[in-house]
Design a protein around this ligand. Sequence first.
Ligand SMILES: Nc1ncnc2c1ncn2[C@@H]1O[C@H](COP(=O)(O)OP(=O)(O)O)[C@@H](O)[C@H]1O
Ligand SMILES: [Mg+2]
Length: 266
Amino acid sequence: MFPRSNAPAAGVVDAPATGLLSTRRLTWKIGEVAIVDHVSIDLAEGEFLAVIGPNGAGKTSLFNLISGLRKPTDGSVTLAGQDVTRLAPHRRARRGLGRTFQSSSVFGSLTVEQNVRLAVQARRGGSIRPFPLPGSDKDIAERAARVLWRVGLDHRARTMAGTLAHGEKRKLEIALLLAGEPKVLLLDEPMAGVSAEDVPGLVALIKTLTRDERRSVLMVEHHMDVVLDLADRVAVMHHGALLICDTPEVVMADRTVQEAYLGEKL
Ligand SMILES: Nc1ncnc2c1ncn2[C@@H]1O[C@H](COP(=O)(O)OP(=O)(O)O)[C@@H](O)[C@H]1O
Ligand SMILES: [Mg+2]
């Protein structure tokens, strides 16, 4: 049987939060049901950690707790040594935490460039000002252009975002994320809906964005070939709990993991 709860025995002291991002006993209950159940993970600086698990395991819910979209019923989230458990999502973003959403967060009726400009502006704390600060528009435009070039969408700057192909839309979502200049990236199924021929390009992009710039990444992904290509370590969730978090080799060889996926393709 799988452990139904990761609850530590009374008196057990949490290990110190050593990661750039750490969770300790992070828990989200709806009534008596633990959707996320005492999850403790550490993401090191420059590390790529993949989160896998059957549908409904609580992966997106874990991301919601880490990004602040949901309030945990127990446990903590630490970012660069600071407890952020009670901070609103935008304040966590200011501290370097960026996420993409499983469903698209792109404004379809704006151009690609306008979408990225808005994201840059949000990062700079710019709301709509009656008198723009001198030079700030130019800064925003330059930053937006750099981000678009970085993800390979510079040739699409004036295209309406709603008309982009799936693969390009994913790139735009990554551009919106980069506009926030995050240190830690939360990617929730970045390959979802992307056609098979676009997957390698997107994987290569994620690889350069993270390895070259030593960003830390937590990524939920179903495609095991993508996980094995990108991840330093793999965390497996099942019924809200963390079954194991180890190197891909150890995780793939683990009996409990194979049983958790019984009937599903791993
Ligand atoms: N807002 C909510 N209200 C009730 N149940 C929810 C809510 N969000 C998620 N759940 C349930 O929590 C479980 C985990 O969901 P989710 O985190 O989306 O899993 P995953 O991303 O691993 O597929 C599912 O059974 C889902 O139905
Ligand atoms: Mg999900």
